[in-house]
Design a protein around this ligand. Structure first.
Ligand code: LLP
Length: 419
């Protein structure tokens, strides 16, 4: 359920006609519904009622400060993969003791910053990283709280680029290696083992893979217990999918149920790192039709948003529904919806049946709240687009459109090139 609905053939975000925002802010822009974000976060959190848990929203899905602040206000934590995400999270008021740090390539300055800020947990992905964290914590005379990221070797049945829990993926360590890593961690002076972590992939549309992963994690917890190693936090990562097209992923309650039943009676605190399921359908990308053209073979609708603004279709062949902001009577067409960039991969949709449109019409690219703005770039020296949040009948620009000066910020011409 989201709050992008038609009233009298015109799409609204909550109580604001999207057309009005498009006219005021200009296109393209990302648009988020406050009510939807709040509802999704609360539904996910409430689904785990009765369990000690912490919802660490996965920053990579959407790092806008207003979005993060909303989750902070709702008691949420954050899953980060970089110092930049930590910086943003803290700026948004997320408490450091609710922040977990994942990622295979943490660097010294990033580890130091996270230690200094006293985050909840490092999700460690290799022996070398473990040793580096121990060394840095030693330097600061601290004990770094860690979990080992285990790769449970389950197939999440999702796009290969976003599956992470298979043996062949670069993430975490396998079951046997995890035992070894825990033994080493246990012997290190400046490491405090507090948890176990896994994340098997993204856009997962069934509960089975999560259950398989958790069963393997549980076995490991018991095995560690026999070795005298107590696990307090179980971090199940993120990955729950959403409906982009015709998928029917489990509801948060169903997903939670399948996890809770496996953890019954265990003295642990659950950490979850949802990203897409919270923000995906809480945001859209609004774009404007620039031109139409057709030949015998094809019809093209050229819009002002390109692959630099939303790369998911180009990168994963991802499907995003495209709807007119104002519906008109008339036929539908089958067309490629393409951007202004000089690459064949620059499309939002291929061979898509959409309402017939004309230049100047606004289109809503649906389900764009996750991995939309965060994966955008300045390719072709295009300005990053604004982000707007609606609450009830008001809208707020929560990130301004970039200016041309931003494009060259930090660049310089060396003296030897000056005439
Ligand atoms: N935790 C970890 C350690 C992760 O690597 C990820 C996502 C998440 C949590 C959140 O997963 P989610 O709940 O959003 O599925 N750019 C791709 C998705 C990449 C996901 C990477 N990791 C896309 O646009 O589909």
């Amino acid at each position: 359920m989201h709050h992008f609905n038609y009233h009298n053939n015109e799409m609204y975000c909550e109580d604001v006609p999207i057309q009005i925002i498009a006219q005021k802010v200009g296109t393209p822009f990302y648009l988020y519904s406050h009510a939807t974000l709040k509802r999704h976060f609360s539904a996910f959190n409430d689904a785990f009622d009765g369990m000690e848990r912490l919802i660490c929203f996965s920053a990579k899905a959407n790092t806008n400060l207003a979005v993060l602040k909303l989750f902070a206000n709702l008691g949420g934590g954050l899953d980060i993969v970089s110092r930049g995400e930590l910086f943003r999270g803290l700026k948004a008021g997320i408490s450091p003791d609710k922040i977990v740090y994942s990622g295979v390539g943490k660097q010294v300055d990033e580890i130091d910053y996270a230690l200094y800020k006293n985050i909840l947990m490092f999700n460690v992905e290799s022996f070398e990283e473990l040793e580096l964290i121990n060394q840095r914590a030693g330097w600061y005379k601290l004990k770094a709280p860690v979990a080992i990221r285990v790769n449970p070797d389950v197939d999440p049945k999702t796009h290969p680029y976003i599956s992470t829990g298979l043996k062949k993926n670069k993430f975490g360590v396998d079951y046997k290696t995890a035992i070894k890593a825990y033994k080493i961690a246990n012997s290190l002076k400046n490491i405090k083992i507090i948890g176990i972590d896994c994340h098997i992939g993204s856009q997962i549309t069934e509960t089975g893979p999560f259950e398989d992963a958790l069963k393997s994690i549980k076995m490991l917890i018991y095995e560690l217990k026999d070795l005298g190693i107590e696990i307090r936090y179980v971090d199940m990562g993120g990955g729950l999918g959403i409906t982009y097209h015709d998928e029917s992923p489990p509801q948060p309650s169903e997903y939670a149920g399948s996890i809770i039943k496996l953890l019954k009676g265990m003295q642990i605190k659950l950490i979850l790192e949802p990203g897409r399921v919270i923000v995906g359908n809480a945001g859209i990308l609004v774009t404007k039709v620039l031109y139409k053209k057709s030949d015998d073979a094809k019809e093209f609708v050229i819009v002002d948003a390109g692959m630099n603004d939303l790369i998911r279709p180009a990168l994963y062949r991802a499907f995003h529904n495209i709807e007119p902001v104002v519906k008109s009577e008339g036929k539908s067409i089958i067309a490629d919806i393409v951007g202004p960039i000089c690459e064949t991969g620059d499309f939002l949709a291929l061979d898509r049946k959409i309402a017939d449109v004309k230049n100047g019409d606004f289109l809503a690219v649906m389900s764009a709240g996750a991995y939309g703005f965060t994966m955008s770039s300045n390719y072709c020296s295009r300005l990053r687009v604004p982000e707007v949040m609606v609450k009830d009948d008001l809208f707020y620009v929560v990130r301004a459109r970039q200016e041309y000066a931003d494009l060259i910020a930090g660049e310089s011409i060396p003296p030897f090139l000056e005439n």
